[in-house]
Structures are given as C-alpha cells and as structure tokens.
Design a protein around this ligand. Structure first.
Ligand SMILES: Cc1ncc(C[n+]2csc(CCOP(=O)(O)OP(=O)(O)O)c2C)c(N)n1
Length: 334
C-alpha cells in the first residue's frame, strides 16, 4: 500500500527537504528569542508550531516564478522562497546590509524583490489585496505565475479579507489564500473572533472552494496547496485554504501568554509540535534515523551560528541614510 507521502506525489528526498526547511525555521526562531531575551534584538514574532503549514504550502508552489505575500510568522515560507538565515538575522539586528530594507523594517516584515516576496507591513491583511492585485496583473499580461498569500484567522475579520477575496472570485484570479489558524489573535480565542465554524466556510460567498485542514501535517498541506495551484494555473480561479495548528509561543516577545492560556493547554501543545510529529513520521517510514537527524540539526546550527555572528558584527546604516526612500531623489531612487 502506498504511504501518505507517495499518494501525495512526494519522494523521500522531498520529505527531507521539507523537514530541513521546517527545522531551519525553528532553529532561527529559537535563536531570535535568545537574542531578544539577552537584549540584543528588539522583537520576535514566531513561526513556532506553524512550520508544517508554511513549508508544506511553499513546497507546493514554484519558487522560481510564483509571487508570495506572506505574513509576519511565515519564516518557513520565505526560507523556501530564497531568504536565508543571514538575511533574517540582518533584519532582526536592523543592520545596513539587511537586503529587504537596510535595517528599516520591523522584524518579521519579510520581503525580497529578487525572489518575488512582496514586502509586508504592520496593518494586518493588507497583503491579501496586494496579492490579488499581482494576480490580476499576471492574468492581464498573460504571464505564467500564480500568487500565494497568508494571514492569521484573526486577520480574516478585516475588510481587506472580504474585499480581496470577492474581487479574486469575481475575476477568477490565479491566487491562493491560506489562513494559518493558530486559534488566537493575540489574547482573543477563535470563538470570540469568528462567527462561523471555520474560516474556510466564508469561501462560498466568494465563489471559490474552501477547505479546513490539519496544519500540523506538511504532507496534507502540500496536497491541498498543490491542488489549488494546479487549479489556478489551469485558469480555474482562486482558492481558500485554512490550516489549523498551534501558536507555540506568546503572540510576540512583548506579551506573556500564560496570562490568557491555561497550563494544561500549553502542556497539550507539545504533543502536536509538527517538528516532532513529522520527525516521527520520517523515522516510522525509514526515511530518517537518529544519525541523519543529528547530521541535519548540526548542519543547521552551523548556519544559524554563522548568520548570528555575521549580523551581530555587521555595521548599522549611517545616520544620514535615515531619510533615504522617504523623498524622491534626483535621478530616481535605487
Ligand atoms: C489593522 C490592524 N489591526 C490591529 C493590529 C494589531 N495586531 C497585530 S497582530 C494582531 C493579531 C492578529 O491575529 P491573527 O490574524 O490571528 O494572526 P496571529 O498573530 O495569531 O498569527 C493584531 C490585532 C494590526 N497590526 N493591524
């Protein structure tokens, strides 16, 4: 009998790549918390608990031509699309060499023009109409790409969500929206935010398919995003996918989730940790043993250590660069 990953069209090599990107995201994220608590970087907003949804989805896209508009937790998505741990650390330390903004952006506002990653901004959900607009441009110019955007379930209550999806539905645009439902919007639980049972129920209003799936299983997420991507590439329009997973940290480095979550709830999360459950799947299927697991982890730790040291020692921007990109420059901005 074919195993789950074979049915989804994934090889052992694919699974190891997915695992390695998930693990890289986790290790970079953990390092940023240590740096924050040591007073070296100002802010962290975590991907921890959402790596399976993020990397499973990104793996189903084409990272050589598709456009993505990620949200602030999507470290796993942007790593697969070509941002490096060094890029992430340069941004976290706000150093001049940060390739996205020269140290101007808030950490977690990912972006990279060369890899078609639209730069994020703080008002939640703004990335959705941006992604829909890029999809419209691609369709009008008959270009061969789709767009993918993500947001949290709390953000699906913003006007931008409804306006963007309705427009995408009306114009049958090649765009996939993935809601990463981690059950909280800061301290507000799901049932105090969303009136319907699932966020995906809302898809019907916008004339597109909507599904709610297990966000702790990267194979399941890959399968659904691949189906949605194939539909979009065939010209059959947009899709809404809701992944359900856990937010394994506080909302950000600036709050304490023990104020609004019980000790039992936090303890129960550990069994669902996608790094552990996917690691167990790889071992049960003879794809990874303890030795390979250690080898992968050691390789990642070297990269994370080098990225941290590099960014920590890199120079800040010169003060006179502060107003760069604020006013038009003679001869045009870079
Ligand atoms: C328009 C707007 N309103 C409020 C905020 C403050 N804010 C930042 S993150 C957040 C919660 C978002 O929750 P959710 O969409 O569920 O994503 P999660 O952080 O849980 O992944 C809020 C209210 C904001 N950034 N933008």
């Amino acid at each position: 009998m074919a195993s789950k990953h074979e049915e989804a069209g994934l090889t052992k090599e694919d699974l190891l790549k997915i695992y390695e990107t998930m693990m890289t995201a986790r290790r970079v994220d953990e390092r940023m918390w240590l740096l924050n608590r040591a007073g070296k970087i100002p802010f962290v907003i975590s991907c921890q608990g959402q790596e399976a949804a993020q990397v499973g989805a990104a793996y189903a896209l084409d990272n050589t031509k598709d456009y993505i508009a990620p949200y602030y937790r999507d470290l796993g998505v942007v790593l697969h699309f070509g941002m490096t741990p060094k890029d992430i650390m340069l941004s976290a330390f706000a150093k001049a060499e940060d390739p996205n903004s020269g140290g101007r952006q808030m950490p977690g506002h990912f972006g990279q023009k060369k890899n078609r990653i639209l730069t994020g901004s703080s008002p939640v959900t703004t990335q959705l109409p941006h992604a829909v607009g890029v999809a419209l441009a691609g369709k009008m110019k008959k270009q061969d790409f789709i767009t993918f955007n993500t947001l949290g379930e709390g953000s699906s209550n913003q006007g931008d969500f409804h306006e963007g999806l309705n427009f995408a539905g009306v114009h049958k645009l090649p765009v996939i929206t993935m809601v990463e439902n981690n059950k909280y919007a800061i301290s507000v639980p799901f049932d105090r935010q969303v009136a319907s049972k699932n966020v995906s129920d809302r898809a019907a209003s916008y004339g597109m398919p909507g599904v709610t799936i297990d966000g702790n299983d990267p194979i399941e997420v890959y399968k659904h995003v691949k189906e949605a991507a194939d539909r979009a590439r065939r010209g059959e329009g947009p899709s809404l996918i809701e992944t359900v997973s856990e937010r394994m940290t506080a909302h950000s480095s600036d709050d304490d989730h023990r104020q609004y979550r019980s000790a039992d709830e936090l303890a129960a999360q550990k069994d669902k940790d996608p790094i552990l459950t996917f690691g167990a799947y790889l071992k049960e299927n003879g794809i990874m043993d303890d030795e390979l697991e250690k080898e992968i982890n050691d390789r990642i730790m070297v990269i994370v250590n080098e990225a941290t040291d590099y960014a920590e020692n890199a120079p800040y921007a010169e003060p006179e660069h502060t107003l760069k990109y604020v006013y038009a420059e003679k001869g045009g901005n870079e």
